[in-house]
Design a protein. Structure first.
Lengths: 419, 161
């Protein structure tokens, strides 16, 4: 029986000729990742169980991104614990304030992750790196601790759903509209325990930023991972970036998929996920007059350069509507710097927005944009659960940067014009 | 291993943000975190739960974040086990790794009512609702996972390898 792309990568890392869905395997890891919230729990488990050394200092990445620059004393303690552990074990991929970025934007940008890798991260959005043709999945802190100690993790080989992409996205749509449409179609547990394999002639038209955004939200459909095949877009992105040589795997022609879903990219429309689940999607054009108090453009889902470009195109020379707080968060220092160099930051400030240093902050209701009772936000983030961005009686609508920026100008959820 | 207690019932798609809101994640201390277990969906849970009580929920329990703090607070505040129609995959993994008993059983999760007295035998997967008199059989764990549980969690099981 043929194997999917995910199954091929898992088999190679488990030292097996073939693997089958449902099979339990131990696989070797290329990168083990944690952040300032999940790493302290992993360090405590690591130490408590008597481990004294990490398996490979070059294959561990610790990124301080959720609550840095530290939001309070307790958060500072957690960062300090990560810092001391990274120093004690000479962790080469340790990213602190000044070098950090939101982990899932940072690791691909810095070439820490590459095609063909097998990656675990103590953060659910670790599935992002599937965009590079890697197997990558979110785990908890205990798995991170075990990964740091042994360089291996256990997996149940996932069955797959194939998304056969054709056509090309309209100008006012991006990867975010694709993945929101898919989650709206299959539901928040539509791909539970499975891999989401994106294939077809439509893949070539999607930029790397689109692919990273699409794989990032695979977890919001319950998936174990999302993955794209390696093509010219991947190779040109990886060139000059990857620390290690990319390994190109391909799905077997007779690979078995539980289901195939056809997606015509040209039929995608600007899409919004209404409270309180990412599956509650509606075309932006069909939403009524929904007034907003805040706009957040950023996060591991949509804080990359193309997202900043989309925000700039809409906000430049215009003014954020009265009564709306517009918060823009470039996801890494490199993206931040490029926004400064290109004049985006000046344009954002002139429009009445604020620009923050990279942080996950508001996405998970940490800080830097918390909502009060009764307030409503349109955000380019990934979750709109009850209380996700603040008070339990606040609301989050998920959308693309183009839709969020258009809404910032009007003060209500707004269909982004064709550019 | 088993538990017996009163049932607290929750809907489909209970996410990790309501199990333990991120605003409290500035500490890894399980006791302190557990004061906020289920706060945004059932603020009274931590005051009412007694050791051994049983959480019963619908599909996709524990969806969202990878935070291990979620199963940890459920366990730390005394909950004996969680029965659901299905679990989100990272939550499922984390619960096993930290030793929170969880059981998948659609019929039990559908029929058992809030306030019922329920006992659960983790070795056999048998769930008895003493209020209704009904008995249910949950899916047993694969042997591989049973070994992790028997050895006291993932890291303890690795030490023996």
């Amino acid at each position: 029986m043929g194997m999917t792309l995910t199954q091929k990568i898992l088999a190679a890392h488990a030292g097996l000729e073939t693997v089958n869905p449902g099979q339990l395997i131990r696989a070797k890891l290329d990168i083990v990742l944690g952040n300032d919230i999940t790493t302290p729990v992993a360090i405590n488990e690591f130490t408590k169980n008597g481990f004294s050394s990490v398996f490979d200092k070059d294959k561990i990445a610790i990124v301080l991104d959720h609550f840095v620059p530290n939001k309070d004393i307790k958060a500072a303690q957690q960062s300090k614990q990560c810092r001391e552990f990274a120093c004690a074990h000479c962790v080469s991929h340790f990213y602190d304030v000044g070098k950090m970025g939101i982990e899932h934007a940072l690791l691909p940008e810095q070439g820490v992750v590459t095609a063909g890798d097998c990656i675990i991260g103590a953060d659910s959005h670790t599935c992002t790196y599937g965009a590079l043709g890697a197997f990558s999945t979110g785990v908890g802190s205990t798995d991170m601790a075990a990964g740091m100690a042994t360089g291996e993790a256990w997996f149940k080989v996932p069955a797959a759903i194939r998304f056969q992409l054709t056509g090309k996205l309209p100008a006012n749509c991006s990867g975010k509209d694709v993945i929101l449409s898919i989650i709206g179609k299959i539901g928040v547990d539509g791909a539970l325990y499975k891999s989401m394999e994106f294939t077809g002639p439509g893949v070539a038209s999607l930029s790397m930023d689109d692919r990273l955004c699409i794989c990032n939200m695979a977890i919001e459909a319950g998936a174990k991972n999302g993955i794209f095949p390696v093509d010219d877009v991947t190779l040109s992105y990886l060139e000059g970036r990857s620390e290690r040589t990319p390994k190109i795997f391909e799905a077997d022609p007779d690979a078995v998929y539980e289901q195939t879903i056809d997606i015509d990219l040209s039929e995608i429309v600007p899409t919004v996920a209404c409270p309180h689940l990412p599956e509650n999607t509606r075309p932006a054009a069909e939403l009524g007059h929904i007034k907003i108090d805040q706009v957040v453009i950023g996060s591991c889902t949509n804080g990359r350069m193309e997202d900043m470009e989309a925000a700039y195109k809409t906000l430049n020379g215009n003014t954020v509507a009265p009564g709306v707080r517009c918060i823009i968060i470039p996801a890494t220092m490199q993206i931040y710097k490029e926004c400064v160099q290109r004049g985006y930051v000046t344009a954002f400030i002139d429009a009445g927005a604020v620009v923050s240093t990279p942080t996950c902050g508001p996405c998970l209701g940490g800080y830097m944009g918390i909502l009060a009772a009764g307030e409503r936000c349109i955000a380019t983030t990934n979750r709109n659960f009850v209380g996700r961005m603040g008070h339990v009686d606040s609301e989050v609508y998920l959308a693309s940067p183009a839709t969020a920026a258009a809404s910032a100008l009007t003060g209500y959820i707004t269909y982004p014009k064709e550019v | 291993m088993n538990t017996k207690g009163t049932v607290f019932k929750y809907p489909d798609n209970v996410d990790t943000d309501v199990i333990i809101p991120a605003r409290y994640l500035n500490t890894p201390d399980a006791k302190e975190l557990s004061k906020h277990c289920m706060e945004d969906i059932d603020a009274d849970y931590v005051n009412r739960v007694q050791p051994g009580d049983v959480m019963v929920a619908g599909w996709n329990f524990g969806c969202g974040s990878s935070r291990e703090h979620a199963p940890l607070v459920i366990k730390t505040c005394g909950t004996g086990c969680v029965i659901a129609k299905s679990f989100a995959r990272i939550f499922y993994r984390n619960a096993i790794n930290i030793g929170l008993p969880i059981l998948e059983c659609e019929a039990a999760a559908e029929e058992i009512q809030a306030g019922d007295t329920v006992s659960v035998d983790f070795d056999t997967g048998i769930i008895i609702d003493h209020t209704s008199g009904k008995t249910y059989q949950a899916e047993p764990f694969p042997e591989f996972i049973q070994n992790i549980i028997k050895k006291g969690g993932l890291l303890a099981s690795l030490k023996e390898m």
